[in-house]
Design a protein around this ligand. Structure first.
Ligand SMILES: [Zn+2]
Length: 100
């Protein structure tokens, strides 16, 4: 119950853009697509980053700091093992032996 939610880092967003758009050619020069967007239209870049953050929240285990894409996984990380010993008590079984 102690997972923390973070926005993905801007570096992560840049990596994502790079993986999708890669290098672009502008007038015979090659640039990295996200770098161009940042320079040419920072507003669009910020808007896309916000959207990316909403869709790609990072969940971090409050205990060890491990990153997860999914909240349940982060919650389950470092959870103490449940005690299974209780299951050995089958009190209900005593009623079964009725000899009439
Ligand atoms: Zn953990």
């Amino acid at each position: 119950m102690n997972a923390k939610v973070y926005d993905p880092s801007e570096e992560r967003f840049d990596d994502y853009l790079d993986s999708v758009y890669g290098p672009v050619n502008v007038c015979g020069y090659t640039y990295v697509a996200f770098q161009v967007l940042k320079e040419v239209d920072p507003t669009a870049y910020d808007a896309d980053y916000s959207e990316y953050c909403t869709d790609n929240q990072v969940y971090i285990c409050g205990e060890c700091g491990e990153e997860y894409d999914n909240e349940d996984d982060a919650e389950d990380c470092c959870q103490p093992e449940e005690m299974d010993d209780e299951e050995d008590y089958d009190e209900e079984d005593y009623d079964e032996d009725e000899d009439e």
